[in-house]
Design a binder for this molecule. Structure first.
Ligand code: SIN
Length: 284
């Protein structure tokens, strides 16, 4: 197979050219793709022709799909795959927000959060808007002063569906569903076993605190790390085209949906999450 790889920024992202994800791939190609995923954190495959089963099969080149937590996002005809659109949070005809429009890492409140998220562009706004941004938390960690690395070594943050300073527009949950959502404590400096690097594991809207540290001090520490990690120099901004499949490593990057386009335009993607491990501390 004549696979080519183009770096998207100096730090993260690779576009894979010459691979048709709708067809079976040989073992050597699969393991090269996994290595690029581990090394570059975000992989982009353009011009793919994937229906939900083919999308699921392509995503499963990188691991096992875990079920979407909310039934209403599962595709009725193929529930292993869910949907993501800029109309998801509409209520009674009122558009309130877009899901995921703040830098975060997916489902960090799980004991074993998904290692990867995969999207496929089905309908992209005709104006070309609706980009997704990715920030390299591993490059950001590498650049921290040694004193800050020592300060956060061994510290854990507790993540819940709704953090202590939650200010996100998100899926409304009934009190029963909210009570059923998990919470978990994870290292702030997290090692990715697929590449051995350490990244800042942050998700501001989900954090309830850092055990042993007062809330104001904990949130000031986390805010400083977050501001550092989301500087422009760490970011790749993906401009979607219909037929793009994008996979990213939730241990290596933060991501956010952007909203600077006409919300009357429609944006619709398929989405799956790939099973991950319990987060490892930096010294693991
Ligand atoms: C998300 O997974 O948080 C949304 C990303 C996007 O819609 O671009």
């Amino acid at each position: 197979m004549n696979m080519q790889v183009r770096s998207l920024t100096e730090l993260i992202g690779a576009e894979i050219v010459g691979v048709d994800l709708g067809k079976p791939l040989d073992e050597a190609t699969k393991s090269r793709l996994y290595q690029y995923f581990a090394d570059r954190a975000v992989l982009v495959f353009r011009d793919q022709d994937l229906d939900p089963p083919r999308f699921a099969a392509a995503a499963q080149l990188f691991g096992k799909i875990i079920p979407e937590q909310f039934d209403n996002y599962r595709l009725p005809e193929y529930p292993l795959v869910s949907s993501l659109s800029n109309r998801d949070l509409e209520q009674a005809g009122e558009r309130r927000a877009v899901r995921g429009a703040d830098f975060h890492t997916d489902h960090s409140n799980y004991a074993a959060p998904p290692k990867a998220t995969v999207l496929y562009g089905v309908e992209i706004p005709p104006s070309g808007g609706g980009d997704t941004e990715f920030a390299s938390v591993q490059a950001a960690y590498d650049d921290l002063p040694e004193a800050t690395k020592r300060r956060i070594a061994g510290l854990k943050a507790v993540h819940a569906y709704r953090g202590a300073r939650y200010d996100r527009k998100a899926t409304d949950l009934t009190p029963e569903l909210l009570a059923a959502t998990p919470s978990a404590a994870h290292p702030i400096a997290r090692r990715n076993p697929d590449n051995g690097r350490i990244g800042l594991y942050l998700s501001p809207n989900r954090v309830t605190g850092i055990p042993g540290i007062g809330e104001d001090e904990a949130f000031a520490l986390l805010a400083g790390l977050f501001d550092h990690a989301t500087q422009d120099k760490y970011i790749y901004r993906h401009k979607w085209r219909k037929g793009d499949m994008v996979i990213w490593d939730n241990r290596s990057v933060l991501h956010q949906a952007t909203t600077d386009y006409d919300m009357n335009e429609y944006r619709y993607l398929y989405r799956v999450l790939i099973e991950g491990e319990r987060p490892l501390a930096e010294a693991a």
